[in-house]
Design a protein around this ligand. Sequence first.
Ligand code: SAH
Length: 648
Amino acid sequence: MPKKIRIAGRTSPLAIAQVREMMSLLPDVEYEFVPVESYGDKHKEISLLDNAMEDIFTRELDDAVLRGDADCAIHSAKDLPYPLRDKISIAAVTKSADATDSLVSRDGATLAELPEGAVVGLSSPLRREQIIAARPDINILSIRGNIQERIEYINRGDADAVIVASIAMKRLGLADRIAEILPFGTNPLQGCLAVTVRTDRPAVRKLFYPLDYRRFYGRVILMGAGPSAPDLLTLRAANILKIADIIFYDDLMDESVLDPYDCEKTYVGKRKNLHSVEQEKINEMLYLSAMDGKTVVRLKGGDPSVYGRSGEEAEYLARRLIPVEIVPGVTSALAAAADSGIPLTMREVSSGVRFAAGHGKDAFSGTPGRGTLVYYMAASVLPDLSAYLIGEGYPLKTPAAIVRNAGSVLEETSVTDIEGLRTAETSPPAIIIIGDTVSHALRQPKFLFTGLEISRYSVRLPGRMVHYPLIRTEEILVPPAIEINRYDAVIFTSKTAVRIFFRKYQIFGQKVFAIGPATAEELRRQGIGNAIVQSKHHSAALAEVIGEYGIERALYPCSEQSDNPLHRIPQVETVVLYRTSDRSQPKIELSKFEGIIFTSPSTVTSFKRLYGNFPENLLYYCIGPVTAGILAEYGIEQEIIIDVSEIP
Ligand code: SAH
């Protein structure tokens, strides 16, 4: 590291003032100023109102840094190109001293006071729009040059007023020439200075760290929620959601994904033809929250980089120097493939897959070729898709599948071919899969599982289990005081009871009885390895066993709805720890299922409330005679009820 660091800066008085101002904050650092003329300074004839090159004011300075003629360069942060040059890093961005623009005019007239048809000189396309919106009669003049040169336009009579950055006027001691601070939003980096260095010069980067205001910025995580089945959210996503300060979410199909997180949540979805928040507005909200120091999650259905605008949002934020991370999600094409059992690639059938859109400026285009095609956003244009593929020479009989609501219990798949797509009907959200792999779809029976998540595979049936929980458990808020030493045994008949009990109480040498392997497993997890396990789902059998052990007083923690022979044994005292209640679920088409599994009486009553009756062409599975009894009470014939606990 040289004793004096060499700082490249532009040659205008303003640029020199900027360097002096920044280095005054680092009084112990000795420096030498290396003046460099930028392309933009040399070519004042180039208008900035047209698409000027992005690094017009920075290229030559960063060249000097890369060559080693300077150790760093100081720029106006808003002049930095995006992305930055290779091997160049930003060492610091200062806090903006003043981000406003000012009007400087002859005789100090404000924008409103300027005469009809007045000429206003400026050099930003955004400012041109804003001025014309406020005063349509104004004539715009594209101007260039440093502050003094801009003010000269007025003195020469070429313009009645010019627009300049307020901070520049202040830095040059010209604040008294300001006629009006303009109310318009400006470039977010206006008034910030940025130091660029060679990435491979860590010592120079360290030098400027104290000035780096970016350490107060938050960050934005562009995150995929999957197709919004709460259990298709990735672990990484869940971990980040736990630390989020604010979540901006879209049209997730299942908002319960967000229930566990109690930070601020803002809906910014764009339901077609409904309320919509403009993309520009969303970008701005993300930016402002991050500038506020927040950890901001932008949560999208599926994956953020598949028709999820991650590109636009990431660039918007990165241009404003906000750190951005992208967390992937399960894109709906993959959920659709899984639910329909259609392989997207398959040896000797299809060696590739292509995602395409059925909506937008270049819908469909560029998709044909070999391999599987997957269309997003095509539900409402199936006839057009059919016509397009036929036009591209696809055989009419190429198989096609329409997968609606992939990932959720409402999933429905129908299979047709390209010709059939012309008359097929569906509604969003749907994924269309086209290609020969469609005819290799996995076919197997489906069963509806109505119990809580936790016991998903406790009943082994030959096919796919669709989880459709009809109940939820609620803990009793104020648990009763229990004098555990009054009992010589504790009985558990459900996992939930075990979990809640051991969160609140302890046992001291009492015998533990359990019904069912799942309950025993949960006990082991709680450190109780010596429970006496009754494998049958029979409370009656357990009642006998308790007698055999000579138990005098047993505690039975259970749910409010619990009703079985245990309650009628004189030695057993019940304590209610939780209750089960109905869980609201959409009604689904039951004809695609071969059977329904009920895990408890409350799942049966909840079903009855939702559907009114029990279709006759299904097989009803249940666990234990109490649940079987309720099914029978609702009029279901014994011939179509299987109590799986009865059959070894
Ligand atoms: N980023 C999302 C896609 C957004 S575009 C993702 O990765 O999945 C919206 C389109 O996604 C819809 O028009 C539909 O084609 C598809 N889509 C989203 N959710 C879906 C679902 N549950 N089932 C089928 N298609 C879905």
